[in-house]
Design a protein around this ligand. Sequence first.
Ligand code: AHR
Length: 513
Amino acid sequence: MKKNILILLLALLLGSTAFAQNATIKIDIDRTIGEIDPNIYGVFMEPIHFNGARMGLPDSVDFNTLYGTLYDPASSKANEDGFIKDYIDAMKELKITNMRWPGGNFLMGYDWKDGIGSKDQRPTRINLAWGGKDNNHVGTDEWMKLNKSIGSENVVAVNLGLGSILDAAYWVEYCNYKGGTYYSDLRAKNGHAAPYNVKIWDLGNEVDGLPWELGHKNADDYVETAREAAKAMKAVDPSIKLVGSGSSYYEPTGKWIDWNRKVLNGIGDKIDYLSIHRYWEGGSPDNYYAYMGDGAMDFDEKIKIVAGQIATASVQNDFKHPIHLSVDEWGAFARNFMAVLPIAQCLNSFIRHADVVKMANFTMLTSLLSNDPKNGTFKSPVFYTFKAFSNNCIGTSVDTYVSCDTFGTAQYRGIPYLDVTAVYSKETNKIVVNVINRHQDKAITADVISASGNFSGKAEASIVNSDDLKAPFDFASQAQYIPVTKEAKFSGNKLTYTFPPHSFTQIKASLAR
Ligand code: AHR
């Protein structure tokens, strides 16, 4: 009997040794991936309208992401332009660099000319993409004011769905032409004499989205339309940068790959970015590992494949200019902690591919704050996670070596429990290490080794985590969402830290060199 107990204890000991979660992370700031473009910290915004029936609620419930949420001139919380100050303050705190507007699917049925001039003269239209009515009270000049108050750039998407190329060129004229033409003078008449100088313009939205997109086109037709639109828009302002609509319709036949190839070969000479959209695709959050693992692998894979396609097309066509990747819609939408690690992992993917991903737009601006219908907005772990990246991860993305245990899903094998990126700032000589421990139950202790000099000063770890992954974010708990900050101990070039299960930790340290 005693012998049996001994064997059992030994087996348990060996078992726990086999699952010991120790890891090594090595960072060498001389092994650089690329400069992080601050434009990866952008947002996307459009008027999405939901009625109750659509949300499984009584039909009297009516919700719009823009009207009544971000824009509500009657609210005591609105600024002089009618935008809710909470959101503006939050976007400033997040240091949001750019905002892509006015859509999205909405855009492809939108006439920008409805949204200028005196508000009481603007036509009310049916929101063709999302249903409900749109009084056009937020139009070009209001979007510009919103971005001005945030301190972000405008990225304007033109309607290449149901709209015309001529209207796209006229919109560039309204925004960017200095004066003396019909639309530039109209802008001045509307109170804005100086041109807005919008630098980046999107050529449509999700044009390959056959089942849902207004004015969907096949790849050949899109190439023709986008090429001619580029010609006309650049005739108005040759300095603008253009974003081609890459695929966002990942049906299982792989046609999305053909779409990107045709668009790159067809208009690669005209565009500066190819855009893709990807929302977290991990399946049901009830299956934790599939949700975390499949979602992360899929997201990174999309970036890698499209980056390869851009490189291929650039060589085949001998393009002399770089084409970057813009992930201009992305997000994860659980209203609990299950959204947090996906968001951190997506941001890690952008940093890992900093050489090619030069713009990204989180959907939506308003989702970066939580909203309690009775008490108003509050900052959830989603806000703090985004902030940790957008405030601290500016500089050079440096390669990381990670050795740790892995897990598998039905789709992918060998997924490391730790998802790690590192960012170095020459100006401050500081290194930021972003670590997501995807293990559901185990903490992982890692040695973080700097291959290019000792750590110096004090290192700090800030942790975003929750005991209850499924608890909805709530107004009353907002104080608990503020990341916990701890000192991270190091000796020489080795910093050892234990990353709690299902957590996002950001370590900030200085290098002695
Ligand atoms: O963000 C919601 C919608 O998702 C956008 O309008 C569209 O571009 C995407 O399909």
